[in-house]
Write a protein that binds this ligand. Sequence first.
Ligand code: FAD
Length: 230
Amino acid sequence: MKVRLLTYTPHPIKAVFTAARTCYSPSTPTEIWSADAPKERMHSLIDKVIGAGHQSVLEHISLTFSIEGISRSCSHQLVRHRIASFSQQSQRHVKVKEGEWVLPPSIETNHSAWEIFQSTLKGIQGSYMRLIEMGVHPEDARYLLPNATWTHLVMTMNLRELYTVCEIRLCTRAQWEIRGVFEAIKEELTKVEDLKGFATYLQPICFHLGYCPEPKSCGLLPVKGSPTIS
Ligand SMILES: Cc1cc2nc3c(=O)[nH]c(=O)nc-3n(C[C@H](O)[C@H](O)[C@H](O)COP(=O)(O)OP(=O)(O)OC[C@H]3O[C@@H](n4cnc5c(N)ncnc54)[C@H](O)[C@@H]3O)c2cc1C
């Protein structure tokens, strides 16, 4: 899997600060923007507003990512997040080639399982290609293709949606592949000076609540209702 931040809203800290400050200031947004507040002051106000639960100001930052080489299984989980925009490589127009599939670690590390996985996928690939050679359009031949098949997509998400999605997809209850996508997204934000402060907001939900709301907890934090939660 390869995840890259392609582009994002210019001056993200200033955009969020201006939005947050506008709510409490007699100044206009243009005046707040032009005043060029120091970065520490901007971050301090943003932290306060986010800490108070007003995440809507994060909606003013848009982030566009390239996500390459994930399985169709993972992309199906990803596109359930409705407040994002997706453009995904089409299996109607692009033929799938042999080997373009994702191997789950639990299968990679189990030789017998790996043999079943490889031979089944090779068989499917052979049948897929035979259907295409017989004149079946790729859009119909693809009905044979497995969830493991690779896909590439571009995803645009605002930072508030990313905050909410990370709460569930960085949780250890999320599947390894989609968790890997959001770990890589967080890593991408840490590489950008103007975004690394926001990366610290991207945490599993237990970090925000101070307890685990899941019925089957990983044990990192106490579960809801435990005597250690007052
Ligand atoms: C561990 C795990 C297991 C899962 N298992 C299953 C499963 O077995 N079956 C299954 O179908 N799905 C499953 N899902 C997917 C899950 O049910 C959600 O569809 C997915 O996580 C998208 O999240 P969302 O709906 O909260 O938010 P998004 O679409 O990302 O939206 C973000 C937030 O915006 C708000 N919002 C968005 N749309 C609306 C709306 N129409 N009305 C009101 N508020 C809205 C909500 O507050 C929402 O939380 C699973 C997810 C996880 C993390």
